[in-house]
Ligand binder design. Structure first.
Ligand SMILES: [Zn+2]
Length: 312
């Protein structure tokens, strides 16, 4: 089978992350890979560095130069602002996620956090810009059902949104399928919290991502009782969305930036949050985006030897 999807693994230690967040002056050396906390089932961690059956691929060393803990493998990066499309799958009626997450995506544009991605470039030294555009949103009322959705069901959701004309066919787009908390999907909450990949749809290379609403499930929700925007599911999704977005910008076709283990930029800092602050409702946050507080994981800076950070 082809391994074509990059995933954000479930944090088995999510419940133990928060206590450490409250420690003042969190150590800046949280560069350890998230693998130790990964729950692995059908999704192999041995993605790009290995062939389809987990056999090491030959001759991968020639092109890759590693100076900052992550290597360029020759593929494209998104050298203009990605157009983000949101597909609200299931029932999001009355859910404040529908304002929280668009606010996040709009606010990431030209933010200190997203600026980390400008440390990545393509083979012609064209940088990933510090720019994101929330282009359009649409809904999908359970076209693929609500139970045990497969990866191909997610692909179908994207394909349908495009072929029906509800969203444009955009090779510079990133299409997020956001499933409501009542929707179950194979692998979600057990193997991963989200993933991104690409596929040819209508002759175009379409980049898309799955992110589910974990509600108060601590497998993917960092704060399960209180959260910065009083919506634990949406606040958890914010960090996963940021993760998948920055990976797509720097590795849209899964052949650009990743390390020797196959970890993309955000994978290298998954479930680490740096310095946090407390909000009035008792929750923790680490950045303000678009006027809202969020707790968003750090991202890997491809400079100065490489390190996880909240800004650049
Ligand atoms: Zn990832």
């Amino acid at each position: 089978m082809r391994i074509i999807t990059r995933v954000l693994f479930v944090s088995a230690l999510a419940a133990t992350v928060l206590p450490s967040l409250s420690a003042a002056g969190a150590t800046p050396s949280e560069t350890a890979p998230p693998g130790a906390r990964s729950v692995i089932s059908h999704v192999s961690m041995a993605t790009r560095g290995h062939g389809p059956q987990g056999v090491p691929a030959p001759a991968r060393t020639s092109a890759a130069k590693t100076t900052n803990g992550i290597s360029y493998h020759g593929g494209p990066v998104l050298t203009s602002a990605p157009n983000v499309y949101l597909i609200w799958y299931g029932n999001w009626s009355g859910n404040t996620a529908r304002t929280i997450l668009p606010t996040l995506l709009t606010g990431l544009n030209q933010s200190p956090y997203y600026n980390i991605n400008t440390t990545y470039h393509d083979g012609a030294s064209r940088k990933v810009p510090n720019a994101v555009k929330l282009a359009a949103e649409t809904t999908d009322g359970y076209s693929q059902g609500s139970t045990n959705l497969s990866d191909s069901n997610i692909t179908a959701v994207v394909s349908s949104a495009i072929s029906s004309g509800r969203l444009p066919r955009d090779t510079n787009g990133l299409y997020f399928v956001l499933t409501s908390a009542d929707v179950s999907k194979s692998g979600f909450l057990t193997s991963y919290c989200g993933w991104h990949t690409h596929a040819t749809m209508g002759g175009a290379d379409i980049k898309y991502s799955f992110v589910g609403d974990p509600a108060a499930n601590s497998a993917c929700s960092m704060q399960t009782t209180v959260s910065p925007n009083n919506n634990v599911g949406a606040d958890a999704m914010a960090s996963v969305i940021a993760h998948e977005l920055e990976e797509t910008a720097t590795d849209p076709d899964l052949n650009a930036w990743y390390d020797q283990r196959g970890y993309e930029n955000a994978d290298k800092c998954a479930w680490t949050f740096g310095t946090t602050y407390s909000l009035a409702n008792g929750s923790k946050a680490n950045m303000t985006i678009g006027g809202l507080n969020f707790l968003v994981q750090r991202n890997w800076v491809n400079a100065s030897g490489g390190y996880c950070a909240l800004s650049y």
